[in-house]
Design a protein. Sequence first.
Length: 253
Amino acid sequence: MEMASHVLAGPPGDCCFKALKHTGTPAGKSIEIAGVPTYISEPPTRVADGPKKIILYLSDVFGPFFLNNQLIQDYFAEHGFLVLGIDYFFGDGFGFHLDEEDFDRMAWIESAKQKSHEVYPKWLETVRKTYGAEAQYFAVGYCFGAPFTLDLAATDKVAATAFAHPAFLDEDHFKKMTKPLLLLCAGEKNDLDHLSKRAEDLMVEAKATYHISVFSGVSHGFAVRCNLEVENERWAKEQAARQIVEWFMRFSP
């Protein structure tokens, strides 16, 4: 009898639904891919030389059009990547419900999971048809988006992957991965209290290529929704973004 895969990162909790909105002007725009709203941020011509490099941005519960997420996608684009952020919430990211006292968060999560799993495969297929199999693809997932990233890490559809403060992960995600993975985790109320020890054991057994960064003094969500007025939180967020760029560049031609 096959043993069930143990959960290493559970569903989004209270910390996943809190946000401080940052300031800035998005450089990208909204397009549709396979009928799904998508944030696209394109690299400046001066840094877009060579083979096309595409980041699939798999967002947290606030969605790719939440300003903080837009600015992160724009940062990646500034470093030579075409960035595509799928809005698997179809404009109904959790940020629109922050002030609703009786909002049924768990019902929203279940609906979002079902909807995202319905539309994501076709979206991914269309992306690859549109931008070409010869392009080099990378995937980064935040919280809700982490399992999509790990699923891709078990295929030849991406060159490397990364996630920050993940949700919905189990042992099988790490057993099946074959592509490089960067893990960015909060040290406070550690994302990796259980996840890192077991996940790293599994990655070592699989002889996987990986790197784990744990940031002290920050909590789940730090890579997107931290308080920029707090120096340590701001540094951790910015360092997480820098590490993602450097990790993906490492596996670029």
